[in-house]
Design a protein around this ligand. Structure first.
Ligand code: NAP
Length: 435
């Protein structure tokens, strides 16, 4: 029987699905001892700090993660930071293989004047702020103006726009961070603009998310019907319309045609609107957009502009991977060949491998494919020092699976009396104190 020691760095969906693929590949003659290492005191990655609080169903995948984590041979080491508490080179020495599953957490920059003004922030800061990520509690979110602008036409932009445009009482029964919920209850924002630089037919939204919008109980959602009909016409003139595009356009048309209830809160979609400049005296006051048009298969500037006055701009235009010393990078992600990091015993999965695309489930097949290659590459197991002993020797306090289960139980219990799935801790000390 051969037993290989595998380290997985990053406790998000891609990391758990990699662990699951290894567990599923075990036989009488092949076993895996898996150590999962995570910087935060809590696991689950974007399922905890990314998925919108009003989408609790998506978070039920955490049950799968907990099953993986409580399977023999799996150990969790949260609160352990790569590069600080343990070096990548040490892991490469200690383990037969190292799997990088660290995602992409830095927001891409718009690269336009005014982007650094107070009141302009990235979804990469705003989303972890409302999701109680301990490193983002101090993010300044200016909700003192009636209008807010969200830049981007993807699902993150849609999450951000919903969080700003919902009646905050609708979030009371969710696991939104307490500090964010309190702030949202004081919000003066009533009109949220969501702006895509290309046409409706090019939007990165997915249709289930669009179909939810007309069902919002306290928010009217507006889309210009003519813009959608024109996009349909353009798409149809190019031949058979891809299924996802058709489905998106149908969902947008349904929003355009939905009855408006004169709610105090509203969301407006703008397409063919390219952000040119954010302006303001010491803080965001307006965003200037260039109007684009579709010509054949190109989107080009018309030279005309329009302005939206607002006090907050959130850009949700994609993410990049934060570099880790010792890893090769290319185009904002770890350089790899189908997940193999050439000439090393390292592999990469998830957003760190393929860039920030796909839904949580996409990571299952992706991680499984990479783990097949990892298993093919394994030869004979090395005898390795134990991570727990190494960390103890360095004085690093890690959060084990048992410790995490106590944190989890306290959070869930705190939510019970208040009709919430949980009340999340935001302070590391409080979580570490539950040891
Ligand atoms: P995304 O889907 O790639 O969308 C990014 C958007 O930003 C696109 O509309 C893109 O427009 C726009 N953009 C990029 N650069 C821009 C610029 N300089 N100026 C203006 N607009 C710009 O990324 P995402 O929304 O961050 O989502 C990441 C992944 O997570 C996606 O696969 C998404 O589906 C998934 N996700 C899923 C859910 C869910 O299932 N509910 C929720 C959240 C996220 P162009 O197309 O013109 O480049």
């Amino acid at each position: 029987m051969k037993e290989f020691h595998i380290a997985i760095v990053g406790a998000g969906p891609a990391g758990y699905f990699a662990a699951q693929a290894l567990q599923n590949a075990q036989t009488e003659n092949l076993k895996f001892a898996i150590d999962m290492i995570e910087k935060l005191p809590t696991p689950w990655g974007l399922v905890r700090s990314g998925v919108a609080p009003d989408h609790p169903k998506i978070k039920t995948v955490s049950k799968v993660f907990e099953k993986i984590a409580t399977t023999d041979g799996f150990r969790l080491f949260c609160n352990v930071e790569l590069g600080k508490d343990i070096l990548l080179s040490e892991l490469q020495e200690m383990y037969d293989a190292v799997v990088i599953a660290t995602g992409s957490s830095r927001g891409k920059k718009l690269g336009i004047p005014g982007e650094e003004l107070p009141g302009s922030l990235s979804a990469a800061d705003f989303v972890p702020w409302y999701n109680a990520h301990p490193d983002y509690t101090g993010v300044e979110v200016d909700l003192s103006h009636e209008e807010a602008v969200v830049i981007g036409a993807g699902n993150v932009a849609m999450d951000v726009a919903r969080m700003l445009a919902l009646e905050p009482r609708e979030l009371d029964s969710t696991d939104t961070a307490e500090h964010a919920l309190e702030h949202l209850h004081q919000s003066l924002v009533r009109k949220v603009h969501i702006c895509g630089r290309r046409g409706p037919e090019h939007a990165a939204f997915t249709s289930p998310e669009l179909r939810e919008l007309p069902k919002l109980e306290h928010t009217d959602v507006h889309i210009d019907q003519h813009q959608i009909l024109a996009a349909k016409e353009r798409a149809e003139s190019q031949g058979e319309v891809p299924k996802d595009v058709k489905s998106n356009l149908d969902a947008m048309l349904a929003i355009a045609e939905s009855e408006k209830k004169n709610h105090a809160r509203s969301m407006y979609f703008h397409f063919l609107a390219a952000p040119l400049e954010i302006k303001g005296n010491g803080k965001v006051e307006e965003v200037i957009f260039g109007i684009n048009e579709v010509r054949g298969d190109k989107v080009v500037a018309t030279g005309e502009n329009f302005t939206i006055k607002c006090g907050l701009v959130v850009s949700a235009i994609g993410y990049e991977t934060i570099e880790i010393n010792g890893l090769p990078y290319e185009s904002g992600r770890v350089k790899n060949q189908d997940g193999r990091i050439t000439d090393t015993n390292m592999y990469v999965v998830g957003w760190a491998k393929r860039g920030p695309s796909g839904v949580i489930g996409t990571n299952k097949s992706d991680s499984t494919d990479v783990m097949k290659l990892l298993i093919e590459d394994l030869k004979s197991p090395k005898s390795t020092p134990d991570l727990e002993t190494t960390l103890q020797g360095k004085g690093v306090i890690h959060v084990s699976q048992g410790h995490w289960e106590r944190i989890n139980a306290v959070e869930v219990a705190a939510g019970e009396g208040r009709g919430k799935p949980r009340v999340k801790f935001v302070k590391r000390e409080e979580m570490l104190g539950l040891k």
